[in-house]
Design a protein around this ligand. Sequence first.
Ligand SMILES: O=C(O)CCC(=O)C(=O)O
Length: 274
Amino acid sequence: MNRSPLSPVTAEHVEAYRRDGVVLLRNVLDAEWIARMQAAIAEVMARPEAYGVLGPSHGAMTSVCYMWRKPGAFRDFVFDSPIAEVTGQVIGADTIRMYHDHLFVKPPKSPKIMQWHCDETAWPVLGEMAPNIWTAFSPVNAGNGRIEYVAGFHRHCVERGLRFGFKPDQASGLCPNFEEHRNDPQFPFRFVSFDMEPGDAVVFHPHTPHFSKGNDSPTLARIGLAVRLFGDDVRWHDPGYKAYIPGVTEMPEGQPVDGELLPVLWRRQVSAAA
Ligand SMILES: O=C(O)CCC(=O)C(=O)O
C-alpha cells in the first residue's frame, strides 16, 4: 500500500486550489489501499454504529464519522496513506493534524441531497488550513451524485470576513442557496465538479460551498470518504453552535489546537541545506 502519492502534487494543483478552493488529485491510492478500504467500508455499511458515530445526514445516505479512532483500516488510512501529505502539499502547510473522518455512501436510487454549505460553518476553529480531502471509493459521476463546488467563492468569504451559521442569526447568516444561480449568466463564480475513479481525491477549502444531488443510478452506489484535517493556522473558536468533537473539551479561544485526539499525521521535511 502506497505511503507516498503515486503522482506528485504539482504547482498547477497548488495554484488551482489557491484560485478555486478545490482541486482534483488523480490516483492518490494504489489498488491495495482501494481494495482494503472498500472492504472496510462494506463492514461499516453493515453495522455503522459499531464502527463510528452516525452523522447528521445518516438515513437515505450512510453518514458515519470518527471511524479512525478505532484500530483498523480507517486508522491506518489516516496515518499511513498519502492523504495527509498530499493535503499538506496542496494547502502549503508544514504540519497536518487529524480532525475527523466522515463516510458518505449514497446507495443506488438514494434521493439524498446535500444542500449547499461550507464545512467551515461546523468546525470549532478559525483558519484557512482546515480542508477536506474527499476520496472516491466507487466511480463518481453526474448520474450517481458527484459533489459540485462553487469555485473561487472561498476567497470572496475570506476577503470579506464572511462565515456562515446554521441559522440566519448566526455569524453572517445562512450559506447562499446557489441553486438560484445555476442559470444566471451574471453569476461571477463557476460551478465545478469532477468525474472520479476509486483512489482519486478532491481537496477543498473550508469556505468552498459544495452540494450533491441524489443518486439516480439504479445500480451504482456513490462512495466517498471525507477526511477533515488541520494545518498550521488553525485556532480554536467556538461561538456555541459548532460541531462537538467527542472527547475534546474547550480549548482557549484563539489558541492553536492540539491534543492526542487531534494527532499530527504529517510534517514537511526540511532539507539539511535549507
Ligand atoms: O458526499 C457528499 O455528498 C457530501 C460531502 C460533504 O458535504 C463533505 O464532505 O463535507
